[in-house]
Structures are given as structure tokens and as C-alpha cells.
Design a protein around this ligand. Structure first.
Ligand SMILES: Nc1ncnc2c1ncn2[C@@H]1O[C@H](COP(=O)(O)OP(=O)(O)O)[C@@H](O)[C@H]1O
Ligand SMILES: Nc1ccn([C@H]2C[C@H](O)[C@@H](COP(=O)(O)OP(=O)(O)O)O2)c(=O)n1
Length: 658
């Protein structure tokens, strides 16, 4: 089931360790090699994600015995053939599955159908099919020419000199041939000539490295010609471990840099890849280093820790991304925090990935307020000054990397909502949980409680003591009510009230309220009539929804103290400190009475008491966001405490919680 959205709190820092999931590229290559090889293979550290499940299911449909236990898979190799001569194979949107399987099935021959999700049917495969047809393979397009779905028929294998394949659209075509051709190289050398400049060379290195593990030594001349020597055959190495995913590492490595700028970060370490990794995307860490990041390398880890001494921001500039197409997306995000524009070049392959990533990246960065320029194979991202950040709901285009990249926007100065966050399951189902573990959100102290319990006074004093921003959420309900009373909007016209709340023309300048561009006298909001009206409209769910984003926008570094009725239960459920402030109805009525009198507002104690009980009842009994303590709230009864003592009690709870 698709989850609809994930709201990410703004971050003040990052720190900690992440054990990376297995590399997708290695997992799917090893699964196919093990299936084609002779002998048993035990694969450890295997990635469990949509794309690897697609490969596993296909291999099983082809009659290969695979047993999976968590991160380990046992594969009984088919020794150069698939037991099932006929199969209908669903390939999802997994390029790392459909391409090498197409090559292997076409070379072996049979009766196979391969198809995927609609986007898969827009991703080109013609260059691979053209190459395979040179061997006499029978492949038919059953949809659009040049794209999946495909039908594979009998193989009339023949060798006729070098086989040509284009290398400038996707390196996966060459990988597919390299993985499958050992099946046909028992008697002859087989040579592949690459046409056009080969992109993503590091991915070819992974392929060659893994082929060596399975006993095949490919000879190459530069990046133009590859020869699979006669007598090659795939033999299982027995046990084989999958490295952590270096592309997925990029988000955490970036977090370890971006998370230091408020002085609240600690190093972020990714475990599972290191200095000897066979994955080209570890070069992302070298690029970060060149841009000014502090990077440490271990055998099995990479760690980032803010900026190098003397720098105040990452450097901008031109970056050739040919070798790191996937991790390069993360550079488009770090570019927002650089000191000059960053131009990513040689990223034409982004156009044919899970989505058109140049278009998607440019569109979503623009939503944040960024200035972005793009061309057929490049993208320029300008630094985004703090005041120009805009909160945004980020579309993810069914592209796991879009979702993971934009989690980094939460280091900016805005509220980030990631739409369809479940798309990360393609390669990293647990991404957002792992990200949350290293993220240090801007802290919130939520103070909820009934009227006149002292929330407002306490919140103001605590915010001042800590240097935090303060939100009196009741003011937003009162302002909406005040506007409604001014405009004569009936208090049961929920549509009109919701529009009022959604378009509230309010800003808060230096703690004061500016309404419709004019400084607003907050005393007008404190009357009992406005209080009762606020309590009435606050029971309308759509009014609450309309004020939700505005309330969350107060969460900014270095921290927020928010008071109201549902700060801890609804608006900031992840607040590290929640206080539920109470006092007896009698002492609250007395406090309010004195407050009114001191402000020169005439009042009768008995009336104040009655009105207070009425409002308590309405606030606690309404259907949405009713006044109640969050399960993890600290109860604080201030009946017998002075204002100062209550403030000190909250500060003590805060010190205990950090
Ligand atoms: N612990 C306390 N002891 C005595 N008076 C208090 C205490 N807390 C708040 N007050 C006073 O009670 C009145 C109501 O407090 P206020 O902060 O407006 O409450 P709320 O925001 O919960 O409605 C104010 O005049 C405030 O000074
Ligand atoms: N987070 C909030 C804040 C206020 N409200 C509603 C309920 C309250 O009766 C009114 C007025 O809130 P306010 O906090 O200003 O009122 P008191 O100062 O506690 O009397 O708004 C709410 O429903 N949720």
C-alpha cells in the first residue's frame, strides 16, 4: 500500500552510525551469476527491496532453487541453463533485472515474456536488443519498438566477429552482455566493441569484479573492447558477501556535512562500504571532500564530519558526474548549501532513469525557492539563502532517489513533506527510519493545558530563558475568531471559517502580530467573547487542518516552545518534551479574574469561573484534537506553584530530557 506523505521536521544537526543495506547493483548481479553458475552459492548481506525481489521471483519462475533467510540467500546454480523453457516474467521497474535477464534468456533461447510497470515500458532497451540480434537471438518488441515489453524466442547462436553495443545511453547494456556471454564462450573468445563514450564506467568495474569472483577473467582494451576468453564458464565461489550500497550512503554522508552548521552535529558514519569498495559511487565521498567536507575513510566505513577547517560552506563549481550518476543526485541537494552555483555535467542518463531526473530535480528544487537551470545533460543549482527557503510538498515521481535526496532539504529553513515516501522500497525500505535515527530535529517544548493554567506565561518565560522561538497557538484560533466576528461570519459556517483560517493574513514580527499589514493590538484577542468564539471554531476539523502548516512553520532553530491544546498530541507529536500544565479550576478562575482586572477589563469572579468551566468542557469533549495529555507528557500541577516556580519546573524537565 502506498503511504501518502511523510512530514520531516526541520533539522538542527545529525550524528550517528548507519549500517547500510546491501548494494542493489551487486545484489542483482550476484543473484543472476549464482543462478547461471555451476554449484551452490551462499550470498550474505543481500539487499531486500522491490528490485531484488523482482530478480528473485524471476529466477524462481525460471526454475532456479533459491532459499532466502533474511539477508542470506542460498542459490543452487543452473550450470549454464534455466530449468524452465517458458515463463512470463514481471520485471517491475528494475533495470538491473530486466537487462541482464534479457541477455541471458535471449542467448539461451526459449519462450519468455518480459514486462514491467508503465515506466519500465518507457525505458529504452533497443541498444541491447540490437546487440543480441547480432548473435542470432530472437527478440520481439510486443509493445513499442525499442522498449519493453519483449518476447524472447529460440536462440540460433552464431558468432560473427566483434559484437557492437552502444555505451553512451546506459552502461547496463554492456553489463548485461558481460554477465550473460560466458554462457556461450566455452569454445570461442567473444569480443564486444563499445560504440560511443561509455558512461558509468565504475558500474562496469563492479561487473568485471564480480565476474572474476565467478571465475571469468574478462580482458579489456581501454573502455572500448572487452573479450570473454574461450573456455570461460561461471563457477560459484561458494560464499559471497554483498557490500553496503554506496549510492544509498550518499544521503548520510551529505547529512554528516550539512548537519554541522548549527554546531549541533556529530560525525555520521556509514558502515558496509570503505576505502576498498568495488562500487564507483564511493567516489561521491571524494567529491564531497573536494567541495570542502571533512571525510574519514576506514576499511569498512566512511564518515563525514562537517566542513574542513576554515570553511563556512561547501564550495560550488562544475562537477563532471559521468562516473557517479546516481550519487550525483545528492550533489544537487548539497548545492543548495554551497557558497556558489554548482553545475552537474554529463548527467544525460538521468533522463532515462526511474523518471526524467533532470526535470524532476529541477521542478522540486524550484518549489523550495531555489534557482535552477538545466539543459539536455546538465543541471545548475544556485545556493539558497536562509530567508528564501519555502516549505513544500515534494513529489517523488515513483523514484526512490528523489524521495531520499529531498530528505536532505530538512536541513534547510522550511517544512518538508515527502509525497509517496513508500517509493524508497525500490532499494531501501527502511530509509526514513534510518534517516530519523541520525537526524537531530529542531527541538520543541510542547506545553498544553486548560485555559488559564499558565501556558502562555510559562511558554514565554521558558522560550526567553532558552533563546527559543515561541508559539502561542491559541492566538491563531483567536485571530481567526476575531476576523470571523469582524466580518460577521457565522460561527457554524465551517467552509467560510476554514477559508478565513487558511488565508489568515498574519505575520509575526519580533513577537508582535501584524494583521493585514498593520500592527495588531493583541489585547483585542483576550476578551472572553473572542475566547469563547475561538473555542467554538477550534472544534471544526477543517479549521484545525488549515492552521496546521502555519503552526509547524514556527519550528525553527535553535528551538521552539509551543503552547496550546494539541501541541504535544497533534502538531508536534515528536516533541522531545511535552508538558501538560494544570491547576485547579478554582485557582485558574482566580488567576484569570486578577489578570482581567489588572488589564482594566471589568470582571466578576463567579462569571469567570462559569465561563472557564464551559470552555474546559468544550475543549476536552470535542471530536478532534481534544484537550488531553499526550501519553508521553509530563503532568505539572501549578496550583500551589508561583509563576517563577512553574517556569523553573519546566526548565528542570528540559534539562533532564536533553
Ligand atoms: N503558576 C502560577 N501561579 C500564579 N499565577 C499564574 C501562574 N501561572 C500563570 N499565572 C497567571 O495566570 C494568568 C493566566 O495565565 P496565562 O499564561 O494567560 O494562561 P493560559 O495561557 O494557560 O490561558 C496570568 O495572569 C498569569 O500571570
Ligand atoms: N492549540 C490550540 C490552542 C487553542 N485552541 C482553542 C481552544 C481555546 O479555548 C481557544 C483559545 O486558546 P488560548 O490558548 O488562547 O486560550 P487560553 O489562553 O487558554 O484561555 O482556542 C485549540 O483548540 N488548540
Amino acid at each position: 500500500m502506498k503511504s501518502e506523505a511523510r512530514d520531516l521536521p526541520p533539522l538542527i544537526g545529525a550524528g550517528g552510525r548507519v549500517k547500510l543495506p546491501g548494494s542493489k547493483s551487486i545484489s542483482n548481479r550476484v543473484l543472476l551469476l549464482a543462478a547461471l553458475a555451476e554449484g551452490q552459492a551462499e550470498i550474505t548481506g543481500l539487499l531486500d527491496s522491490d528490485d531484488t525481489r523482482v530478480m528473485l521471483a524471476a529466477l524462481q519462475a525460471l526454475g532456479i532453487a533459491v532459499r532466502r533467510e533474511g539477508e542470506t540467500a542460498h542459490v543452487q546454480g543452473g550450470a549454464g541453463r534455466f530449468p524452465a523453457a517458458q515463463a512470463d516474467l514481471f520485471m517491475g521497474n528494475a533495470g538491473t533485472a530486466i537487462r541482464p535477464l534479457t541477455a541471458a534468456l535471449a542467448l539461451l533461447g526459449g519462450d519468455y515474456a518480459l514486462h514491467g510497470v508503465p515506466r519500465m515500458h518507457e525505458r529504452p532497451i533497443g541498444d541491447l536488443v540490437d546487440a543480441l540480434r547480432q548473435f542470432g537471438c530472437e527478440i520481439r518488441y510486443t509493445g513499442q519498438e525499442g522498449y519493453p515489453p519483449l518476447h524472447i524466442g529460440a536462440s540460433h547462436f552464431r558468432l560473427n566477429g566483434d559484437v557492437a553495443v552502444r555505451g553512451d545511453v546506459s552502461s547496463q547494456f554492456l553489463t548485461a552482455l558481460l554477465l550473460a556471454l560466458p554462457l556461450k564462450a566455452s569454445d570461442h573468445d567473444i569480443a564486444i566493441a563499445v560504440q560511443g563514450e561509455l558512461i558509468s564506467k565504475p558500474y562496469i568495474e563492479i561487473t568485471l569484479n564480480l565476474l572474476r569472483r565467478f571465475g571469468v577473467q574478462v580482458r579489456r582494451t581501454g573502455w572500448e573492447r572487452f573479450v570473454i576468453p574461450a573456455g570461460s564458464g561461471l563457477r560459484s565461489p561458494g560464499r559471497i558477501a554483498v557490500e553496503g550500497d554506496a549510492s544509498s550512503a550518499s544521503y548520510f554522508l551529505a547529512a554528516g556535512v550539512l548537519g554541522q552548521w548549527h554546531g549541533k552535529g556529530a560525525p555520521v558514519r556509514v558502515e558496509g562500504v570503505g576505502r576498498d569498495s568495488i562500487q564507483g559511487d564511493v567516489a561521491f565521498a571524494r567529491v564531497l571532500e573536494d567541495l570542502g567536507a571533512q571525510v574519514r575513510w576506514g576499511d569498512d566505513f566512511i564518515e563525514t564530519d562537517g566542513l574542513q577547517a576554515g570553511l563556512t560552506a561547501l564550495r560550488g563549481g562544475d562537477i563532471d558526474c559521468l562516473a557517479i550518476p546516481d550519487a550525483a543526485m545528492t550533489l544537487a541537494m548539497t548545492a543548495l548549501f554551497a557558497d556558489a552555483p554548482t553545475t552537474l555535467t554529463a548527467i544525460g542518463s538521468w533522463r532515462v532513469k526511474e523518471t526524467d531526473r533532470i526535470h524532476a530535480m529541477a521542478t522540486e528544487l524550484t518549489k523550495l525557492g531555489a534557482k535552477v537551470e538545466s539543459g539536455p545533460d546538465w543541471l545548475r543549482v544556485h545556493p539558497l539563502p536562509a530567508v528564501q527557503w519555502r516549505s513544500a510538498a515534494i513529489a517523488t515521481y515513483d523514484d526512490h532517489r528523489m524521495a531520499m535526496c529531498f530528505s536532505l532539504a530538512s536541513f534547510g529553513h522550511a517544512d518538508i513533506r515527502i509525497l509517496d515516501p513508500g517509493c524508497v522500497a525500490k532499494t531501501y525500505p527502511g530509509y526514513f527510519d534510518d534517516f530519523a535515527r541520525i537526524a537531530r530535529p529542531v527541538p520543541v517544548i510542547a506545553i498544553d493545558g486548560p485555559t488559564a493554567s499558565g501556558k502562555g506565561s510559562i511558554a514565554t518565560a521558558v522560550a526567553e530563558a532558552l533563546g527559543f522561538v515561541c508559539l502561542d497557538s491559541g492566538v491563531l484560533y483567536r485571530l481567526t475568531a476575531w476576523e470571523a466576528l469582524q466580518q460577521g461570519v457565522p460561527l457554524d459556517d465551517s467552509d467560510a471559517l476554514t477559508r478565513l483560517a487558511a488565508d489568515l493574513p498574519v505575520t509575526f514580527a519580533a513577537g508582535g502580530i501584524v494583521l493585514n499589514g498593520h500592527v495588531f493590538d493583541a489585547a483585542q484577542l483576550r476578551t472572553e467573547a473572542v475566547g469563547q468564539a475561538a473555542s467554538t471554531i477550534a472544534a471544526i476539523p477543517s479549521v484545525r487542518e488549515a492552521l496546521f502548516a502555519l503552526q509547524r512553520s514556527f519550528r525553527r532553530a535553535p528551538g521552539l516552545v509551543a503552547d496550546g491544546r494539541d501541541m504535544g498530541t497533534v502538531v508536534f507529536p515528536d516533541a522531545p518534551l511535552k508538558v501538560f500544565l494544570t491547576a485547579s479550576a478554582h485557582s485558574r478562575a482566580e488567576r484569570r479574574y486578577k489578570q482581567l482586572i489588572s488589564q482594566g477589563i471589568p470582571a466578576i469572579l463567579a462569571d469567570v469561573f462559569a465561563e472557564l468551566e464551559l470552555r474546559d468542557a468544550r475543549d476536552t469533549q470535542r471530536d478532534v484534537a481534544a484537550l488531553k495529555p499526550a501519553p508521553d507528557a509530563q503532568l505539572l500541577d501549578s496550583t500551589d506553584l508561583s509563576l517563577e516556580q512553574t517556569v523553573e519546573a519546566v526548565l528542570a524537565l528540559w534539562r533532564q530530557s536533553v
